[in-house]
Design a protein around this ligand. Sequence first.
Ligand code: PLP
Length: 365
Amino acid sequence: MNPYESIGISNVINAAGKMTYLGSSAIYPDVVEKISKVAQSYVDMEELKTTVGRLLAEKVGAEDACVTSCCAAGIAISIASVLTGTDMNKIESIPYVLSEPNEIIIQKGHMVSFGANISQVINITGATIKEIGTVNSTKKYHLEGAINQKTAAVLYVVSHHAVSNGMLSLEETISSAHKYNIPVIVDAAAETDLDRYARSGADLVVFSGHKAIGGPTSGMIIGSKDRIRACQMQDKGIARMMKVGKESIMGLYFALENYYKIDKDKQVEEYTEMVNTLEKMLQDIPITTTKIIWDSTRPIPRLQLHLLQDNKYSAKDVISKLESLNPSICTRNHLADEGIIQFDPRELHNEELEVIARELKKILQ
Ligand SMILES: *Cc1c(COP(=O)(O)O)cnc(C)c1O
């Protein structure tokens, strides 16, 4: 029996992807087995956290790393760290920022909600947000004109939630910020190319442990030894409220080990086969078109079902009908306003494709 059924909660067929609101990733069985041993034993937590940080950093080609409870926590801790450095007095004072620098620069097109607003993640540290550019365009002069003695860092968001056109690229952002010795913090929550952001020269990069990496709910910040030390020290301050347990710390390490062992090309082939199969199954549904589309920054194919205008239901109607089933079918819905429902293969099982096709046909035929 599914563990959730025992408390009356329905099972989920996850065609949405690695979404925090659905419990993110199914953890690989051998990783789960190792975590269960960790859960039953004691360890010096500070030693565990710094040791695992170093090991994670080695894997992604960074100098050091700090394990966090999630990516959002990692962003808050990174921002706190550039406000306080290693000054305990400043660390204990957050969210009161005792001295300049206290401003975080961010492009307007990066002011996203990933289920919570990134503005709140910044505000909780006591930093002041300085938005630059417009929602569809940021220029180098916007960034360089905003930098002054109050600037603590530039926050850069890599995500499908962010505006993709007209924004400064990561390279442009780093080049301008570094000209004035301003650090760049990257929110790379769900990115798959873990080495790329360390190589880019960004000062602190934050990942979710439970998205691409497929670990338990967790996160990590990577950066230089000094910068990561300032992050680790937030455990005596704001990060105490974002505590990460031994199971998650070791779980993230085991998951990352596993992540580098996976044959990524083969995995993409499997995903492609799944979306092709689902596309074939959905061919005879009237007043819809299908298309395979690829993620803008990661090698992920998705099936896109477009409901044409004279359909009896809107995409939003279909989404809520699918969700109300048991098992509940959850899809990727950020284009629902345009009549588009997406099916992400990453957390799907082959036998679930037929269930999805059957239920969609029942609704739309
Ligand atoms: C998911 C996400 C987050 C938050 O990640 P958590 O690990 O769930 O806290 C932050 N930023 C972006 C761009 C995301 O996609």
